[in-house]
Design a protein around this ligand. Sequence first.
Ligand SMILES: *Cc1c(COP(=O)(O)O)cnc(C)c1O
Length: 647
Amino acid sequence: MSAAQPFPAAEPRDRTLDACFLGPYGENDALLEKLLVEFLRDHVYWRRNFHPEDPPAIATAAAHHPDYLAFESRMRRELHQLSAALKKSVPFHSPRYIGHMSSDLLLPGLAAQMLTLPYNPNNVSEDAAPVTVDMEVQAGLQLARMLGYPHDPSQPACAFGHLTSGGTLANYQALRLALALKAFPVALRAAQVPDLALPDDDWTAFNLPQAEGIALLERWQQWLAAQAPAERRRWQARVERERIEQHGLAGFFAAHPALHVPCVLAPVTAHYSWSKGVKLLGLGRDQLELLPTDGMRLDPAALRETLARCARTRRSVLMCVAVLGGTEYGTIDPIDEVLDARAESRRAGLDFAVHVDAAWGGYLATLFRREDGGLRPRDEVAAEYVQFPTPAVHAAFAALGDTDSATVDPHKLGYLPYGSGAFICRDHRAMALLAERADYVFHGGAADDYFARCRSLGQFIPEGSKSGAAAAAVYVTHKVLPLDHAHFGRLPRATVRAAEAFHARAQGFALEMGGTVRALVPFAPDSNLVCLALNPHGNTSPAAANAFVHALHDELRSDPQQPLQLKEFFGSVTSLRPELLGATQTARIFGALGLDPADAGDDHLLILRHTLMNPYLIDRENGISYIDRYFDFLARRVRALAAARPT
Ligand SMILES: *Cc1c(COP(=O)(O)O)cnc(C)c1O
C-alpha cells in the first residue's frame, strides 16, 4: 500500500505530550484524580481558614437526618441519570473521532477550570474576580504575542485581548470595535471640537487609518483633560451626543449625508457568525459582501476590484475579514495580500479594518513563533513536514502582526473546554470607545496603568457576568505550554503532520478504489482539515453521488438511538456549492469525479470532512495508525454501499 511515512520509525517519541491529556483510554486518570482531590481539599482548607473561629453552620449530625438523606439520594439519582445519559456523548477524545473541531482536553486547563469552579469568580469585574481578571488580561497578552502583536504593557500601543463565549462573539466584538473607531472622528467633527486638527470632511474622517483614529482619540482625551471641570463635562457630553453609539445607525447616517452604512467584506468561506454579526450590529446582511475565493482562499484580485469599485462609488468599508483556517477546508487566506490591498486602497482614500478570523487556525501561529518571540523562517518550519507550510501560508502567518484584530478560539485548537473564545486587538487604546462609562480614558504609561484599565472588563466586553474559571484554564495552559513552536506548537505540529499523512493516504485510496469509486481531495489542505469527495464509478448525477455520501455519513455520525460502540469512526460532511466555487473550480472538481455539472439535480455536492486534531491519530505505542484504519473502514463501507447501488 502507498501509505506515506511522515513519521519515520527512528524519530524519537514526544514524551511531553504523554501527560497533556486524560488520554483516549483514560490513561492519565490517576494524575487527574490526584490533582482534583488535592485542590478540592485545598479549597476546603481555604474556606475553613477564612474565619476558623466561626463554628460549622451545618450541624455535624445533619448528614443523618432523613431530609438530608432524601435530598442526597435524589441528587445521586439525578446525577446517575445524567452520567448515564452522557454516555451517549460524542467521543471527542478518541482517535476514531475525526469529525468536527473538537478533541481531548488539555489537563492543565481542565484541572485549572475544575479547581477554580468552587471559587466561582465572575470576570465581569475585578471586584468579583480579584485573581482571574488579571489572568484573563494576561491570557490576552499571551495570545497577542503568539500573533505577533505588540504585547509590552508598558508601551502605549500594547495589544489587548479578552475571552468571549466563543469565536462568534469575538467576531462580533471586532465589528463593534471597528465601527466605534471608524465613526468616532466623524463625531468629533460634528461636535466641532477645536484644536484637534480634525479631518476636513466626513468622508476623510470616516476613512482614517486605525492608527490615526487612535492618535486622534488620544489627542481628544488629552485636550479634554486640560479643560476646567465644567467645560470638560460640557465637551464630553457634546461629543457623546454625536457618536454612532448614541445616534444609532439611522440617526448617525441621517446626520452625515455624505456617508452610507459601511459594508463588511469577507470570503465566501467565512463562518456564518459573520452573518449573525452584521445582523446583530444592525448593518444588515445586505452589507455583508462575500468575495470569491481561489481554491477556497480569498482571491486578492477580487478584493482589489471590489475595493476599487467601493472607492469609485464612495461606498465605505468597515472591515475586511481574512480567515486563518477556514471552517470547512482549513485553508489560510493570503493575509499579506489583504494588507497590501488595503495599503493601495488607503492611497485612494478608502480605509477599513483588517480582522483575522483565526477561531480555528489561531493556535497554528505557535508553529511559526520562536521561543524568543521572533518569527521562524519558512525553511526551518518546513523541515518538519512534507509540504507545510507553502510560501503563501508562511507569508500569511508572517503578516498576522500587522492586522488590526483577531479571533482565536481556545476551545478549538487550544484543546480547552467550551466556551472559550478570544478577541484580540492590536492597540488596546481603541477599547476606550467601547466603554459603557463615557469618561473612560485609555492613556498613561506604566504597565500598572495598563492592568488597572483593562481590569474593568465589564466596560468593554459584549457579555456581562462571565466565567473566571475559563480564564484561569486558558492562562494556566499557556503558562504550562507557552505559545511557541517548542512548547504548545508540538500539538498543532502533530495535527498538521497527521493531516499530511491523511492527505497522502487519501490519494492512495483514490488510486486503489478507482474501480469502485472516484475519490478526490478537492483542495490540498493548508493545515489540518482534509475533505474527500466521492462518486460511485460510472455515475454522472450529482444527486446520486450525494445520496451515496449521505449514506456513508450516516455511518459516521453520532446516533443516540444506537450504542456508541457500533460506530467505528466519526466524520462530518460539508457541501461544495458551485455558485461559491466558481466555474473553473466546479469544472475541475466535477470533471475529476466524472460528474455532469449541467445535471439539474442537486445544487450542491456533499463531501466528507475530516478534522485531524486528535493527538493520538498515530499511536506509536502500539504501532497503530488510525488514519490507515479509517481508510480501511472507508474502503469496506464504500465497496458495500457501491455493491448495494441499483445498476
Ligand atoms: C468555529 C468558528 C467560528 C465560530 O466560533 P464559535 O466558537 O463556534 O462561536 C468562527 N469562525 C471560524 C473560522 C470558525 O472556525
